[in-house]
Write a protein that binds this ligand. Structure first.
Ligand code: HEC
Length: 450
C-alpha cells in the first residue's frame, strides 16, 4: 500500500532531473558570454539538485514497477538507462572542471536523458507513441461469415480500444486482454467473462456503464466503443465467448447479421442502406454467387433475411463468366459498387440488364457519356456516384426520365455546371463536391420541380 503510494509520485518527479539538467546546460552555454563566475558558482548546486531528483525518481520508479501494472521487460530498459544516467551524472559532477571531457559529457548526458524519457514515455503512453503515422487498418474482412469471431472481430476491438492499458505494456486493474489465457484469467476480479451470461460478465458491465461513471471502460476521454462494436462483444459473450469458432457457426439474430456486415470490407455501401424493395424476390442461385466469389467479387445479402444482393466489385474487372453470372442475378442485385474498376468498356453494358439497381457507384472508373446510355433503363436508380469520371453534362441527359433518382455525385467529373440545365432533373440533388461551382454559391445544389 505504502509502496503504491510513493510509486504514484514517479510520473511527477521524473520531470525534475530533466528540468534541472537542461537548466544547467543552458546556463553553461550562457556562461561563455556572460556571468561566468556567477554561473560557475551555482552550477554545482543545480547539478546536485538534478542528481538528487534523479535518485528520487529512480526509487519511486522502482516502487511503481513493483505495482505489477507494467511490462517488466520494457521497464527494464527504462530503468537501466535511467540508473546509467544518474551514475554518469554523478561522475560528471566530480569531473566537471576538466575542460577536455566537458562538452562530451554535456552532449552525451542530454542524449541519454532523451532516451530515458522516451522509454519512460512508451511505458505510460504505449509503445511507439511518437509514431504518428501508425493507423489501425480496419475492415479488411472480405466475407464476415467466414471470419473467426474472436480473432477477426473481437480481438481487433480490444487491440484498438483496450490494449493501451490492458496488455503486455500495462495491466491496469491487473487485467490483460491480449491473449486467450489472459482473458480467461481475468483481472483483479475473476468474473471478467462468464460465457452465455452477459449481465454477470464484468467486461460487459464495465462497457455498458454510463460514460460518466468512474468505472466505465474505456475511461472517459479515451476512444470509446461504437454501438456496433458493443453489440458484437455482447453477442460474442452471449453465444459462449468462443475463441476459435467462425462467425457462421454461431447463432445470429437478424439484427446481428446486419451489424456483422458493417465489419466487412466495402461496407461503406451498406451504410447508405435505404429503400430495400418491399416486394419479395426469390433466393439467388448459390452457384452464381460462387462464380463471383471465386473471382474476388463480393455478392452479399443487403440485410439479414433479405434475398436482395449487393455487389462490390472491389476494383476487379469482370470477365465474360462473371458478367453472365451477374446477369442471371439481375432480379436480386439492387446495390452495385464498381468504384475503381478498370476497362469500363468491357463490362459497362451489363448495367443495362441490372434494372433493379437503386444505388450505383461508378466513381473512379473510365465511365463517359457513351457508357451513360447504359443507364437509361435503370428506372429504380436512387443514388448515383459519378465522381472522378469522364461524364459531362451531355451524358447526364440519359438520366432525364429517372423518376426515383434523388442524388447524383459529380465531384471531379467533366461536367460543366454552367451548362447544365437543372430544370431537366426535378427532385434530384446534385452533389458537386468540395469545390466551388462558378454559378452557384453552395456546394450542393438542390433543384426542385417547377
Ligand atoms: C486509459 C486506460 C484504459 C483503457 C484504454 C481501458 N481501461 Fe480498463 N481499466 C483501466 C484502469 C485504470 C482500471 C482499474 C480501475 C478500475 O477498475 O476501474 C481498469 C479496469 C478494467 C476492468 C476491471 C478489471 C477487474 O478485474 O477489476 C475491466 C473489465 C476493464 N478495465 C475492461 C476494459 C476494456 C474492455 C477496455 C477496452 C474496451 C478497457 N478496459 C480500456 C484503464 C483502462
Amino acid at each position: 500500500m505504502i509502496i503504491e503510494f510513493f510509486g504514484k509520485f514517479h510520473p511527477l518527479l521524473v520531470h525534475l532531473p530533466i528540468g534541472f539538467f537542461l537548466l544547467a546546460f543552458v546556463l553553461k552555454i550562457y556562461s561563455f558570454w556572460r556571468q561566468k563566475d556567477v554561473i560557475d558558482a551555482i552550477l554545482p548546486l543545480i547539478l546536485g539538485l538534478s542528481i538528487l531528483a534523479s535518485v528520487f525518481s529512480s526509487v519511486t520508479g522502482y516502487l511503481l514497477s513493483q505495482s505489477g501494472e507494467y511490462d517488466l521487460e520494457m521497464v527494464n530498459d527504462h530503468q537501466w538507462t535511467a540508473i546509467g544516467f544518474t551514475i554518469i551524472l554523478c561522475l560528471f559532477y566530480f569531473l566537471r572542471n576538466y575542460q577536455k571531457v566537458n562538452l562530451l559529457f554535456w552532449i552525451g548526458l542530454s542524449v541519454l536523458l532523451m532516451v530515458v524519457g522516451h522509454l519512460g514515455g512508451s511505458l505510460t503512453h504505449g509503445e511507439g507513441f511518437l509514431n504518428l503515422t501508425k493507423a489501425v487498418e480496419k475492415n479488411q474482412i472480405v466475407d464476415v461469415q467466414n471470419a473467426k469471431v474472436y480473432e477477426d472481430l473481437v480481438r481487433p476491438i480490444f487491440e484498438e480500444k483496450c490494449y493501451a492499458c490492458h496488455s503486455s505494456k500495462k495491466q491496469k486493474g491487473k487485467l490483460r486482454l491480449d491473449s486467450q489465457i489472459a482473458i480467461e484469467m481475468g483481472g483483479k476480479n475473476k468474473n471478467l467473462i462468464i460465457p452465455h451470461e452477459v449481465e454477470k460478465s464484468l467486461l460487459s458491465q464495465r462497457l455498458f456503464l454510463k460514460d460518466s461513471d468512474e468505472e466505465h471502460m474505456p475511461p472517459k476521454g479515451k476512444p470509446q466503443l461504437t454501438n456496433e462494436e458493443l453489440k458484437i462483444i455482447n453477442w460474442w459473450i452471449k453465444e459462449g465467448a468462443s475463441f476459435d469458432k467462425k462467425v457462421s457457426e454461431i447463432p445470429q439474430s437478424a439484427e446481428i447479421k446486419t451489424t456483422l456486415l458493417r465489419f466487412q470490407k466495402g461496407s461503406e455501401i451498406v451504410k447508405s442502406a435505404q429503400n430495400i424493395p418491399e416486394k419479395e424476390v426469390e433466393k439467388a442461385l448459390e452457384e452464381k454467387i460462387e462464380i463471383l466469389k471465386n473471382a474476388g467479387i463480393l455478392a452479399l445479402p443487403v440485410a439479414a433475411n433479405s434475398n436482395y444482393l449487393l455487389i462490390n466489385m472491389r476494383g476487379i474487372s469482370p470477365q465474360e463468366k462473371e458478367i453472365e453470372a451477374m446477369k442471371s442475378l439481375k432480379k436480386q442485385i439492387i446495390w452495385f459498387n464498381a468504384a475503381n474498376v478498370k476497362n469500363t468498356k468491357s463490362w459497362s453494358e451489363v448495367l443495362k440488364d441490372l434494372t433493379e439497381i437503386s444505388i450505383l457507384h461508378l466513381n473512379k472508373t473510365e465511365f463517359s457519356d457513351e457508357e451513360m446510355k447504359n443507364l437509361q433503363g435503370l428506372a429504380n436508380l436512387q443514388t448515383l456516384n459519378l465522381s472522378n469520371t469522364q461524364v459531362t453534362e451531355k451524358g447526364l441527359e440519359s438520366l432525364k426520365d429517372h423518376k426515383k433518382l434523388q442524388k447524383v455525385f459529380l465531384y471531379k467529373s467533366k461536367t460543366d455546371f454552367s451548362k447544365l440545365d437543372f430544370n431537366q432533373f426535378p427532385n434530384i440533388k446534385i452533389d458537386t463536391g468540395g469545390y466551388k461551382v462558378p454559378t452557384f454559391e453552395m456546394d450542393t445544389v438542390e433543384v426542385k420541380a417547377m
